[in-house]
Ligand binder design. Sequence first.
Ligand code: TRP
Ligand code: SF4
Length: 328
Amino acid sequence: MSKGRILSGMRPTGRLHIGHLSVLENWRKLQAEYDCHFMVADWHALTTKIEETESIKANVRELVVDWLSVGIDPEKSVVFVQSQVKEHAELHLLFSMITPIGWLERCPTYKDQVQQLGDQGKDINTYGFLGYPVLQAADILVYKGDAVPVGEDQVPHVELTREIARRFNYLYQTKVFPEPKALLAEISLLPGVDGRKMSKSYNNEIAIGATTEEIQARVNAMITDPARVRKTDPGNPEVCIVYTYQKLYNPGEVKEIETACRNAEVGCVACKKKLAAVIDQALTPYREKRLELLAKPSIVDEILADGGEKARKVAAETMAQVRDAVRI
Ligand code: TRP
Ligand code: SF4
């Protein structure tokens, strides 16, 4: 029995990295329990990429290939692209009529992003950007999503979605919309190879589809204990990025590595070599699936065409009820 309906999504901003795996593994598991809809949020990508739209289409494919390669299964879940389903835009418009501007200005993600992009010299003080969470609410509610599996950073948007659903139901005296819950994945504790937050924009990430060579290069770039200059110096694994990764990717050997490091019995070169090998092993199935999909691009086209059709059907049903409630 399905526990309800799930809608979640990501923006197509390029290849995913291993920091995204905790969210994706959560999606993969939930496929067995819920009626899942996974959406590529290409309209959302437009909110911050007003003049660099040329990469969006290619990124949509990359993202879908990444999803499929980690086990998102189009036989179980509806996989589609936001802009294929115009009902999202209609619901966004109706929601924009009832959403107080203060709710959006107070949204922590909005304040952060304006600040961050402002620091980079980008001005995104647009109407569309302010309304980002309203579009996200439409994404979720047009499928009457009960649950939204996301990372912690998206919680304010799910909160706003609940508030918009409540306000709509109250204003139009209806029960069309559920109040969806966020389903949090375990937080990824993996830093980027330089110790900062893992992000493509810092060039410190390991892509899910990384080649063996790319993995080796990234592991080689990892920051080790800076006080350990020679192999004969005892090391402190607590301050070493390689060790942080060993804990996750090499749990069987981690105790041994810790002791050997503290006693100067293992060198950083050998330690990194071992880590690159275990990460490579963990990512090999994803890489193989990915290559299979890239070799036959029509598979992705077919999945998205089918997903778009299924999504539109659900969205159209909801919108009929919504128009009825609004009397428009
Ligand atoms: N804002 C989400 C992100 O940046 C992407 C997204 C768009 C989304 N619409 C959604 C996530 C609906 C969950 C539900 O990751
Ligand atoms: Fe880090 Fe391994 Fe070097 Fe110790 S031996 S400092 S854990 S890379």
